[in-house]
Design a protein around this ligand. Sequence first.
Ligand SMILES: Cc1cc2nc3c(=O)[nH]c(=O)nc-3n(C[C@H](O)[C@H](O)[C@H](O)COP(=O)(O)OP(=O)(O)OC[C@H]3O[C@@H](n4cnc5c(N)ncnc54)[C@H](O)[C@@H]3O)c2cc1C
Length: 466
Amino acid sequence: MSDSNQRDVIVVGAGVAGLSAAVALADAGADVTLLERRPYIGGRAYSYDHPALEETIDSQHVVVGCCTNILDLCNQAGMADTIRWYEELTFLEPGGRRSLLRPGSLPAPAHQAVSFLRAPMLSLRDKSAIATGLARFFRGYPADDTESFATWLKRTGQTERAIRHFWEPVVVGALNDTFERCSVKYAGKVFHESFLRSAPAGRLGIPAAPLSEFFSPIADLARRKGVAVKLKAGIESIEQVPGNRWQVQAGGETYTASSVVLATSFKQTESLLMSLSASTGTEAVQNVDFSRFTVAPITTVHLWYDRDVTGLDHAVLLDTRIQWVFAKSRIRRWPAERGSYLELVISASWPELDMGREEILSSSIQELEQFFPAIKQATLIKSGVLKEARATFSVTPGLDRFRPKQATQWPGLYLAGDWTATEWPSTMEGAVRSGRLAAGALMGDANRFMAPELPAQGLMRWLNRQ
Ligand SMILES: Cc1cc2nc3c(=O)[nH]c(=O)nc-3n(C[C@H](O)[C@H](O)[C@H](O)COP(=O)(O)OP(=O)(O)OC[C@H]3O[C@@H](n4cnc5c(N)ncnc54)[C@H](O)[C@@H]3O)c2cc1C
């Protein structure tokens, strides 16, 4: 029997999770309405026109090759070629000394070994500690998420510089929190999936357009598949109505459907479930302890210069507050006469939340000059600071058992969002997986819409089977 017209579904939230759920459900023949409270799609992966700067601003988002579900969705929407791919990571020390990590001819997991052994940012002792640590993730990463990465670093005898020049830039950059607040499970996942499994799994992909523009083909795809996308359509509550149907009000209209997917942040989901509890007099939130979820901030600094000052598309900066610099003008292939546009990313940026714009700007520029002295000769044309206080949820040790599955105890009610149970940290890939898992649960086959994982290569094919 076809799924056609079996279901009508309301998806709440047109972030990456809601968009992926809507596309999957429409693919399966469901009649889908997607309600988004903001005037744009993309959720936290958004860009906006900054009136004073007269520029479109976003916080740079990246993917890696092992993010198979978001890449599959981008392929479906015909936008895969708007991602610029890089095989190589450049680590810069103050003064400008470079270390490169890139795949060579050795089989995985040793594909980056030659460049790693040559990297001047680490001594032999640091490298040996890192190699011993990485070897623990050859076969996978812990299924249990209760140990913190801070404890693991001590337990595995990591040197101070190995931590500063390797573990910290990668883990804080990927998980956006301090070692105490990251579980080894998810740190190990980053290394296993993207550093060790294969060279293609570790490729870095950077959207070459502002995020709302980048994601708009997915909304277009949803519309082509018949999804009714309603913007400025926030809901305040959900309720059950007779006939096993769900009802919501948005933008002055009432919508009913046999199923609802709440693809909202954990805070919004909690408040919507509370509204359900209030309307039914039951304990709708009983299975989710929302108090366990916490968020971490990201601050980005945007600088426009009259010329190219980096000579690089992107780099990891060591021994500073800035984790990463993206030369967006180079990534977007601006002509030289247009000058350059840099974005500096400060992960886990709690101190910056309390700092003023000018203080963040001047300290960032001072730090940047240590890596790119050409900045001193260049003219800064304009600048901006963007603070995202609730950028990501933190994969704190022990959180897994509180991340809810997409199917709830309420028939017809499903949850999506990067924070639900996906086995991924707070990422666009986690969000797409959550949306596809919710759509699968609704259609009676949880994994129906999931893209296959990238195959392990080299020795990892054998190690992964152990
Ligand atoms: C600064 C920053 C940098 C990041 N960097 C990366 C990166 O490099 N790589 C990466 O993979 N991830 C990155 N992330 C994380 C990534 O953006 C998120 O994991 C992902 O976008 C979450 O998607 P989501 O759909 O689960 O949630 P959200 O994006 O939060 O979407 C929820 C949507 O629901 C809507 N909504 C909420 N309540 C209602 C309501 N009542 N009615 C209707 N609509 C509602 C919201 O407006 C929103 O559009 C970054 C995030 C930030 C902020």
